[in-house]
Write a protein that binds this ligand. Structure first.
Ligand code: WQD
Length: 333
């Protein structure tokens, strides 16, 4: 039985497909390529040395799902396909609710109808908002502060309630800040359009596509005044998805897990680590806080360690080395 990976050509999806292949699982990718280049499929096939099946279409379209489930024997699903920009979700809330929740509901219905045993859902630490004490545990208050975060929390709830009246079990994984790339440099974060996240923007400065990094806020109550996040290597996240597929669970049950490193790093500390990685200083300027940003967030990942046997293994230096290696290869190709 294969694992259907929706959004499997995307950043975390493509790394998870590679990790699934390395774990000996058969994979089917479903992607509409709205936020992933088709070249990513070539890179995945080259990395896995396999002609794994790729279906093109919208994971929220019941007819697409019917066709995909009709063509492949699918026993499990990992659902990545979603719009994921916090800022865009504030500008277009209805578009986010329609697409992100529409795909969750369509996929949940198809999965139950086709007797899928395990569904893993790509959730996010943004479900916690800024009110949680630190470190954030899975029982911390969930108070999303954007429509994007709301779609992740509602998605978890829709899937948990669906699982409860089916034979399916559901795991929702709340990622903190994904960074890095496969060590080969063949796959990485390659979003369509302007990146908003810190490390892709740092890499744009390094690659000469941006003249300096703006540090959003220097007046936070942190060790150096800049905001703190829990940066986690995308390969660690990918391995967390394999662990979530493999773990034993009762049918009709659901569970949530934080995926992070358990430690926080400031913007300036990331910048310093990036300068160390590339061997030269990276120009930056202090700027105003970015609306909607929270001061600090990092994870308590005890539950994933104890129940999934998963822990992040790669440190910030490895994340930045691998991220820069991908960006450099991209600029040479
Ligand atoms: C990190 C820190 C910025 C850019 C977002 C989404 C979240 C998840 C991960 C999907 C913040 C600062 C950034 C820059 C800066 N995505 N920064 N200069 O906002 O923590 O999380 O991406 O699930 O949902 O909200 O990540 O990388 O945008 O910012 O100073 O040019 O870097 O202010 O403190 P964030 P980020």
């Amino acid at each position: 039985m294969a694992t259907l990976v929706t959004g499997g050509a995307g950043y975390i999806g493509s790394h998870t497909v590679v990790a699934l292949h390395e774990a000996g699982r058969d994979v089917v990718i479903l992607d509409d390529f709205s936020n992933a280049p088709r070249l990513a499929v070539d890179a995945i096939r080259s990395l896995t040395r396999s002609d794994l099946p790729v279906e093109e279409g919208d994971a929220g379209d019941p007819q697409v799902l019917d066709a995909v489930f009709g063509r492949h024997r699918i026993g499990s699903v990992i659902h990545f396909a979603a719009r994921k920009s916090v800022a865009e979700s504030v500008r277009d809330p209805l578009g986010y609710y329609r697409s992100n929740l529409g795909s969750v509901m369509a996929l949940a219905a198809a999965a139950v109808e086709r007797d899928v045993e395990r569904l893993v859902f790509s959730s996010s630490a943004t479900v916690y908002g800024s009110t949680s004490a630190l470190p954030v545990t899975e029982d911390s208050p969930t108070v999303p502060e954007s429509p994007y975060g709301e779609t992740k929390l509602m998605g978890e709830r829709i899937l948990a309630d669906t699982a409860a009246v089916s034979e399916m079990s559901v795991i929702s994984l709340r990622y903190f800040n994904p960074v890095g790339a496969h060590p080969s440099g063949l796959i990485g974060e390659d979003p369509s359009g302007e990146p908003a996240n810190l490390v892709p923007r740092i890499m744009e400065v390094v690659a000469g596509r941006r003249d300096r990094l703006e540090v959003f806020g220097a007046d936070y109550s942190t060790v150096d005044g800049t905001a703190v996040r829990d940066y986690v290597h995308v390969m660690d996240l990918a391995e967390g998805h394999v662990a979530a597929l493999d773990t034993d669970m009762d049918p009709a049950s659901s569970r949530v897990y934080n995926l992070g490193t358990g430690s926080g790093t400031t913007v300036l500390q990331v910048l310093a680590a990036a300068s160390e990685t590339i061997g030269s200083p990276i120009p930056y300027e202090m700027a105003e806080r970015r609306p909607g940003d929270i001061e600090a967030s990092w994870a308590d990942c005890t539950r994933a360690r104890d129940e999934l046997g998963w822990q992040a293994r790669r440190d910030l230096a490895q994340m930045l080395r691998d991220h820069w290696n991908f960006v450099r290869r991209q600029s040479l190709s």
